[in-house]
Write a protein that binds this ligand. Structure first.
Ligand code: GLN
Length: 237
């Protein structure tokens, strides 16, 4: 059974990012792959044999607890070493990086160090719809979602941008959004909620293909395409 591991929803579940797990499971099932969602809560051991690990958005204090427990547990490191995909959204994205800051005094917290990025508080929060261009394996693909973060992220040499911002803020400084590890391209961080994999099924399939190492059949997409067309038009208006 393929495990989709959702880490600490009670801490990192503020924006409904659990929907990312549901869409991964349903798109696997549509291709005949069995999959289960494993929800790990504080105190539970993180399974080391997951296919995909998901981290979602949450508040600053929750990020500190989540990063501490993930380090103590250690299995997320073992899982990515053995080839699992790690897809982290917003607070999750910040956590997988080298450092992030919390609180009014900008306390610097060490992240998991799995992605070469550092996050610092910006002058104002980034709140609203975000539209970015992802250079997907089949060409330019629009990512839609919403963002709500006060931290802004700088990429180090070991990471490359995931997408380029058309509308919204993203990483902030350089018009980029999200990051992919150069040493392990199965580690991806990004800011959009939505949930982002629900709004952007091609990205969901990309993660599944990375995780499984196979090419997946296309699924019918007329309805989703129409919803995406409407969403993009609304954001661009
Ligand atoms: N606390 C982080 C920030 O504001 C992450 C917020 C979030 O996950 N939406 O930057």
């Amino acid at each position: 059974m393929n495990k989709i591991v959702v880490c600490y929803q009670s801490l990192l579940g503020l924006y409904g990012d659990r929907g990312n797990a549901m869409v991964l499971r349903s798109r696997l099932a549509a291709r005949g792959f069995d999959a289960e969602i494993v929800e790990v809560e504080p105190g539970d051991e993180v399974p080391a044999d997951g296919l995909v690990y998901l981290l979602g958005g949450g508040e600053d204090a929750a990020q500190i607890s989540a990063v501490r427990m993930l380090k103590e547990d250690g299995n997320i490191f073992r899982a990515v070493d053995s080839g699992a995909v790690l897809f982290a959204v917003c607070a999750g994205y910040q956590i997988v990086g080298n450092t992030f800051t919390v609180g009014d005094d900008d306390q610097v917290i060490d992240g998991l160090g799995l992605l070469d990025v550092d996050t610092r508080r910006g002058p104002e929060r980034a709140v609203g719809e975000i539209l970015t261009h992802w250079d997907s394996p089949t060409g330019d693909y629009l990512i839609t979602g919403f963002e709500n973060h006060g931290g802004f992220t700088e990429l180090g040499k070991g990471a490359k941008a995931f997408a380029q911002v058309e509308v919204g803020i993203g990483n902030r400084a350089d018009g980029t959004e999200g990051a992919i590890s150069r040493t392990n391209p199965k580690i991806i961080g990004t800011y959009p909620h939505g949930p982002v994999l629900v709004r952007n099924p091609q990205l969901a399939d990309y993660l599944l293909e990375l995780a499984l190492g196979v090419e997946l059949d296309e699924l019918p997409s007329e309805e989703l395409d129409e919803l995406r067309r409407q969403r993009v038009a609304a954001v661009r208006r």
